[in-house]
Design a protein around this ligand. Structure first.
Ligand code: APR
Ligand code: PHB
Length: 390
């Protein structure tokens, strides 16, 4: 087989890139090691920046997001039992759309099917060859049979555990990492959100977040220990702990519905530089991870895809490699700003087990300053709604 761009991974990055390329006549094949159902069973954040929403529109898959997504003009921060609103519209004139990543993935899969795009699911042992220069190829096994695809470029959109980043010689890459000493215990439940907007709660017992997927489905999180197990957190204990971390109004609005999903996720900041090696380009979680505070994971994947798509178009339309040569530096500029924001949101809102009395006072002062200063709230709002792509 032969194609122009082989895309490894059918998560949001790979599917969005595939859709944008197909729409502009650039041939591509997506290879995914799991089944489509498995990819759709993963539950992730659900806050879409305006730039990412526009890119989904450009890819022709934004209809359901605009119909079913909820436009949010702000968030609330709860501190010492009091809620404070950060008004995005008043501060920066922008909003975000609350719409589950699972739904975006589904829309992208449906869009790809409708456009006749080729996605190979359940491909085993994907390996990359001759990515340094010249014509690259991707080998894999499907139904026990060895296959090969020749291509001009490989897009490594295969997430943190994928094969793409690992195919780059170690001495070429530099890694930057922070692992946080806590996790998030999350539940999904069919009950209305406690409030119209997301509540990020700072509390001495730990951070909590009340998010949502729709007007009838809530996504709730508690900061937990890294050695916590979901079996130790029956729904009753979860709700009791969440109630303690919320203000009275939110606590009394909180139902006790049975969770339909429950999981623990560790928090990590990670960046691999550069995001290019020869004819291989990394995008999304393959190159970087952010902690979920601030919901930047998917949005950052979208901006990488935007830069890569633009660069590939420039190559095929104008025979210019300028965009491809600039890709890594361009993407990383925005990546580091989102890393900074996610790290900062994480550090001001969580309880750090090792923090000193001084650290705790600094954290409190930072939050009180934030909530009393229009300038500080503007900085939060500007980052939360998404920094510009250009
Ligand atoms: N071969 C083929 N596919 C692979 C391989 C491999 N060796 N390794 C991983 N994959 C697939 C995974 O099964 C997954 O479906 O690549 C896909 C990567 O998807 P994500 O992990 O979702 O990464 P990405 O598309 O960059 O998403 C970025 O979405 O999933 C969230 O947390 C993520 O918010 C971030 C954003
Ligand atoms: C979510 O809805 O899952 C969510 C929302 C906001 C975040 C993180 C997760 O910051």
């Amino acid at each position: 087989m032969r194609t122009q761009v082989a895309i490894i991974g059918a998560g949001p990055s790979g599917l969005l890139l595939g859709q944008l390329l197909s729409k502009h006549g650039i041939a591509n094949i997506v290879l995914e090691q799991r089944s489509a159902d498995y990819v759709l069973s993963r539950i992730r954040a659900g806050v879409i920046e305006q730039g990412a929403a526009e890119l989904l529109d450009e890819a022709g898959v934004g209809n359901r997001m605009h119909r079913d997504g909820l436009t949010h003009d702000g968030i609330e921060i709860s501190l010492g039992g009091q809620r404070h609103r950060i008004d995005f519209q008043a501060l920066v004139g922008k909003s975000v759309i609350v719409y589950g990543q699972t739904e975006i993935t589904r829309d992208l899969m449906d869009g790809r099917l409708a456009a006749g795009g080729q996605t190979l699911y359940e491909t085993a042992d994907v390996s990359l060859h001759q990515i340094e220069h010249g014509r690259a190829s991707v080998r894999y096994r499907s139904g026990g049979v060895e296959q090969e695809i020749e291509c001009d470029f490989v897009a490594g959109c295969d997430g943190f555990h994928g094969v793409s980043r690992k195919s780059i010689p170690e001495h070429v890459l530099k890694f930057y990492e922070r692992v946080y000493p806590f996790g998030w215990l999350g539940i999904l439940v069919d009950q209305p959100p406690v409030s119209a907007e997301l509540i990020y709660a700072s509390h001495e017992r730990g951070f909590a977040l009340c998010s949502m997927r729709s007007r009838t489905r809530s996504r709730l999180y508690l900061q937990c220990r890294l050695d916590d197990h979901i079996e130790d957190w029956p729904d009753g204990r979860f709700y009791e702990e969440l109630r303690r971390r919320l203000d009275d109004n939110a606590a009394s609005a909180l139902g006790r519905g049975a969770s339909i999903e429950k999981s623990i996720a560790p928090l990590r900041s990670f960046v691999a530089e550069p995001m290019r090696y020869g004819n291989l380009f990394l995008a999304g979680d393959a190159a970087h991870i952010v902690p979920p505070t601030g919901a930047k994971g998917l949005n950052l994947a979208a901006s990488d895809v935007y830069y890569l798509w633009q660069a590939l178009m420039e190559y095929y339309r104008e025979q210019s490699t300028a965009g491809l040569d600039a890709y890594s530096a361009r993407a990383l500029q925005r990546v580091w700003k989102a890393e900074r924001f996610s790290w900062w949101m994480t550090s001001i809102l969580h309880c750090f087990p090792e923090s000193s009395g001084f650290d705790q006072k600094m954290q409190r002062a930072e939050l009180e300053y934030l909530l009393s200063s229009r300038a500080a709230m503007t900085a939060l709002a500007e980052n939360y709604v998404g920094l510009p792509y250009k």
